[in-house]
Design a protein around this ligand. Structure first.
Ligand SMILES: [Zn+2]
Length: 248
């Protein structure tokens, strides 16, 4: 047997195959986003069982055979249990994992994206912040880390910062404009501009630390989602599912 490979990572997808086996998609710290094959992971007695479930952050011991990674052992670090107690949070976590799977690759280390994923899952496991806020912050920050960073510093034409004023955002180009150069861009209230700048530019440990009034939160959530979908140029079934749960 080959030398064991150790990594830590979050299970972002699990697919059953055969009678008791699973294939996990894991965003890992050292190998990027990888597929891990698990023999007997559906069996409750399996040591791998607790570490091989979606949203779990675990330490994995793997071996490589036939160009695939196989799970030898898994040790759970955090299962973010609170996510499973609320269907809306679970639906949102499913979407978050799908987006992460879309922008990460094998052998491409993404420590900042892994950190964002862990922070988002942690916040989703707690009731403190509105789900819509967690989602929007995640979407904007993820875009910024995945190479689709919007330029929110100032008006793309004249550089005006627009402190305390509404600004205008173009989700295709990822730029903001002042009132004089708005063209066909969408108006954002001053509080939403501030929230968007915070989501993109604040230090990683503080990205979720702000509050918005309900009307502004819904404007913020709408624009963050539009931006992500525009940039990634695709839709997500898990996003539709989240909206269905949210509207129940
Ligand atoms: Zn301007």
């Amino acid at each position: 047997m080959s030398t064991p490979i150790l990594c830590k990572g979050v299970v972002i997808r699990e697919v059953a195959y055969g009678e008791s086996d699973k294939c996990l998609t894991v965003l890992s710290d050292t190998l990027g986003c990888i597929a891990i094959f698990c023999k007997g992971a559906k069996n409750y007695k399996s040591k791998a069982f607790v570490s091989a479930q979606q949203f779990c952050y675990s330490e994995f011991e793997l071996y490589s055979r036939a160009d695939r990674y196989w799970l030898k052992e898994g040790t759970l670090i955090n299962n973010f249990y609170g996510i499973r107690e609320d269907i809306t949070s679970a639906a949102l976590a499913g979407y978050v994992c799908d987006v992460v799977a879309d922008v990460t690759r094998e052998n491409q280390k993404e420590p900042e994206i892994l950190r964002l994923l862990l922070n988002t899952l942690y916040m989703l496991s707690r009731p403190d912040k509105p789900r819509a806020q967690l989602k929007a912050v995640f979407e904007l920050r993820l875009c910024a880390l995945a190479g689709f960073c919007p330029d929110l510093v100032g008006c793309a034409v004249c550089g005006a910062y627009g402190e305390g004023e509404p600004m205008y955002f173009d989700p295709k180009g990822g730029q903001i404009y002042c009132g004089s150069h708005k063209g066909s861009a969408t108006m954002l209230s001053a509080a939403v501009v501030k929230a968007m700048r915070h989501s993109v530019y604040a230090p990683a440990q503080r990205i979720f630390a702000f509050e918005l009034a309900p009307a502004e939160l819904s404007e913020f959530a709408h624009m963050a989602e539009r931006y992500l979908l525009c940039q990634l140029e695709r839709s997500f079934a898990t996003l539709d599912f989240y909206h269905n749960m949210e509207n129940l």
